[in-house]
Design a protein around this ligand. Sequence first.
Ligand code: NCD
Length: 304
Amino acid sequence: MRHLMSPMDFSVEELEKLMDLAQDISADPAKYAHKCDGRILATCFYEPSTRTRLSFESAMLRLGGQVLGFATADSSSAAKGESVSDTIRIISSYADICAMRHPKEGAPMVAAQKSWIPVINAGDGGHQHPTQTLTDLMTIRSLKGSLSDMTIGLCGDLKFGRTVHSLINALCRYENVSFIFISPPELKIPDYIREDVLIRNNIPFKEVIKLDDVMPELDILYMTRVQRERFFNEEDYVRLKDFYILNKEKMALAKSDMMVLHPLPRVNEISVEVDDDERAMYFKQVKYGMYIRMALILTLLEIE
Ligand code: NCD
């Protein structure tokens, strides 16, 4: 039995197969409409979510399966003090596969160790968010044709943004990828990513504060929200929340085929005037997320 805790749990070859499957599903959804008949997905969300939870549910429903679960910690027995290890043992009796989001780093991993069904990390604190990364990889591969040869700028909250951490890990395995990290000094990438992932693997990167200066170099700009819920005090959040606002003037500095991605939800970091720019791909990205989750469910349930 396999779980998904980090994008590194799949080899590059396995990721290719997963994306091929997602592409086939999107081309011919009817072929897959009954693949999960009689199967149940549990969504155990101890933290708010719109896209991730609903795209998992939509993915399972479109495969013919059913879903159950909870959307907040206070509507589950966690409110009574139950541990995730106990909860997953219970869920293992009710469902065939579980997607879990938790504010504590490592909680889905603890659950996986006690689980009798595959567990998918749907975001653990400020740590990892592997299925968002699968979505991002699928989006880049579909729209750019390849995951190699690019300069990607990641902008915003690089300290607490789990989508950023997972994406860096995953992209390091492709040829000729370089990173530009754009953040205020307080929200730089964590040391373990800089040292253990980038420097150790000789990946080219630079860290800057100003977005305008690097705009012309980018093939992809990955914007992120300042993660209010992970700040220790509101004052720091208020000071940093509008540090970057991508607008038309900034877009004018970029290549004509640069692609803007965002895991969403957006707050202020992308002005709505950018939505109509043909380089804005963040709403398209959402659809890829559903197909890749369909492929993931089939793969972890070992359904042909
Ligand atoms: C992200 C997350 O939960 O980390 N959202 C998502 O799943 N698409 C990004 C965020 O909340 O800022």
